[in-house]
Design a protein around this ligand. Structure first.
Ligand code: ZN
Length: 567
């Protein structure tokens, strides 16, 4: 299970293709359940094995992009991954069509079969050129954003490098940095408009070719949204608008007071505290030791897994030269173990890695009994419940990381999660409107964004910025361009994680940990709606479902003297 020791060999594609074809033929020709199960078992083992090799190559490449060997292997997988997928698709078609579903269920849980069916719905040669066009537009968007070279206070900065200045405690600095940031998007407004216009058109064509009325309807298929539909999501959006927005507005009023302002300008919004955000105390090694102690205290299962991951080099946490940015948790089927990647930088984000990503790790490790290694993770919105909940479950141990700034961290974390919800819903609502009105002009799209923004984020006052008032804010939201409809998932996971926040931190519900671990163990063997039932959670799609939680959050935030925290 040691990540450092795990051997990597590039698979022989021709051999894999032949073996997989043999198993596919055997499955198709099976006359009894035992023969079908034997063929599927062999195929699943093969897929687990080469997928694990692909993961090892990609992870090792992400840790050191200057390593020549894994650089080449990463290129190999980027180029050849689709060939493997193509062979897998033929096999999956045989799995879905097999009359022996019951016995195949031993390898492929029901949501897995449903995802395969969705994959097959998307497998249509007629859309390949359209997808290629879409991919080219995605690359063009990414390049345009990455091309930003902004002159600011004598330096030339990227959009990301402007970040710290946009959060500066000095108001004039953050105003200037924010204007420079949006200046880039305003200068390239025609390009962003054209790219998005082309994207909406090509995606609409994809939906029509596959027989769907619009791309919004198709998103329920390719995002594997099982057991809920657009009317239910519309109801949920309405709940957030009516119940959450009033609470966030109260928080923005408190924030203005903390910053000593009569009213927040749009460039004040990222600054939660005059005195800056809470920072963890201690070296990275000390943070890891604190996390180990925390997980020992939480439960034997979490303590054991954390120790096992440390022992087997399943963490790579420090930022270093040549390492890719960001953070993630991956589950490697051949090791039957999760791997956590991060770039510690001394901010509270380091602690979020040790809680959020470890939540993913704990969930996948708990469901390692699932034979299809790629189904240990449930669908995306469900997967994030475990990580986001772990951020809340570990609240009682935050003193170990933040010392005196413990309360400040928790307050800000709870507030930020609440403030994320309306924005996340805005992103979803906007895209729904866009793809159900594909004929709109760029000006009409921007007007729609601004109109929805006024509803979900009324705190945004653009009287000092004409371009934002025109509706260009969404240009910066990469998901809208690169992974359409990928945002709703975060909000669903967030409201469910909030229920665990309340059960652990307010109600001290003795059943909460059992429910969390039972859900984690079920993992990808259950759909979102089934997991909600397993965990005794309330469905966010039911009217009034958020009421209890929101009342508790509101009381918790009101119960803190936030002015006193800002010292
Ligand atoms: Zn996550």
């Amino acid at each position: 299970m040691d990540f450092k020791e795990a051997p990597y060999t590039r698979p022989d594609f021709d051999q894999i293709k032949t073996s997989l074809a043999t198993y596919t033929t055997a499955l198709k020709g099976a006359d009894d359940p035992d023969t079908a199960l034997a063929a599927a078992t062999a195929a699943n083992q093969l897929i687990n094995d080469y997928t694990s090799q692909a993961m090892l190559a990609q992870i090792r490449h992400s840790i050191d992009t200057n390593d020549e060997f894994y650089n080449k292997e990463d290129d190999y997988w980027n180029t050849n991954g689709p060939l493997y997928e193509n062979e897998e698709r033929k096999y999956k078609a045989a799995v879905v069509a097999s009359p022996y579903q019951e016995v195949l269920g031993q390898i492929y849980p029901k949501p897995d079969i449903m995802s395969m069916q969705n994959d097959l719905k998307m497998a249509n040669e007629a859309i390949i050129p359209l997808q290629q066009k879409n991919n080219a537009l995605v690359s063009e968007y990414a390049k345009l954003v990455a091309s930003a070279q902004i002159d600011f206070q004598g330096e030339t900065l990227t959009l990301a490098q402007l970040g710290p200045y946009r959060e500066s405690a000095d108001r004039a600095t953050r105003k200037a940095a924010t204007e420079a940031y949006w200046g880039f998007f305003a200068d390239h407004e025609a390009d962003f408009d054209r790219i998005y216009d082309d994207m909406v058109k090509v995606r609409t064509e994809i939906a029509h070719t596959l027989g769907y009325p619009d791309y919004s309807a198709l998103s329920y298929v390719y995002m594997n949204r099982f057991g809920y539909d657009e009317p239910m999501v519309a109801q949920y959006r309405k709940t957030v608008l009516e119940k959450v927005v009033p609470l966030t507005q109260k928080q923005y009023t408190k924030q203005a007071k903390r910053l000593g302002l009569a009213k927040l300008a749009y460039y004040d919004l990222p600054v939660a505290f005059k005195s800056g955000n809470a920072k963890p105390t201690g070296t990275p090694d000390e943070l890891v030791a604190t996390a180990q102690q925390m997980y020992n205290d939480l439960s034997p299962e979490t303590g054991d897994l954390f120790a096992l991951m440390v022992k087997n080099h399943l963490f790579d946490l420090l930022a270093k030269k040549g390492k890719q940015s960001g953070g993630y948790c991956e589950y490697i089927p051949s090791l039957q173990a999760p791997f956590i990647f991060a770039n510690f930088n001394g901010t509270s984000g380091d602690v979020d890695v040790l809680t959020h990503e470890f939540g993913h790790a704990f969930q996948t490790y708990s469901s390692r009994w699932i034979k299809d290694g790629l189904s240990t993770f449930p669908t995306f919105e469900a997967a994030e419940i475990f990580s986001m909940s772990m951020e809340f479950i570990t609240y009682p141990w935050m003193k170990g990381f933040f010392g005196a700034a413990e309360e400040k961290y928790k307050y800000n974390h709870l507030e930020a999660a609440l403030e994320f919800l309306p924005y996340g819903i805005l992103v979803d609502h906007f895209q729904h409107e866009i793809y159900t009105h594909p004929e709109w002009t760029p000006a009409e799209r921007k007007a729609c964004w601004r109109d929805l923004e006024k509803q979900y984020n009324p705190e945004r006052d653009y009287s000092e910025n004409e371009a934002l008032e025109r509706g260009i804010y969404f240009f910066r939201q990469g998901h809208i361009f690169e992974s359409p409809f990928y945002y709703l998932d975060y909000t669903i996971a967030q409201v469910l994680a909030y229920q665990f926040w309340k059960r652990f931190n307010v109600d001290h519900d003795p059943q909460a940990w059992t429910d969390y671990t039972t859900m984690a163990k079920a993992g990808g063997s259950q759909t979102l709606m089934e997991l909600i039932q397993t965990g005794h959670l309330a469905s966010p799609f039911e009217p009034g479902a958020l009421d209890d939680t929101l009342t508790a959050i509101s009381q918790a935030l009101d119960g803190v003297d936030d002015q006193a925290l800002d010292k």
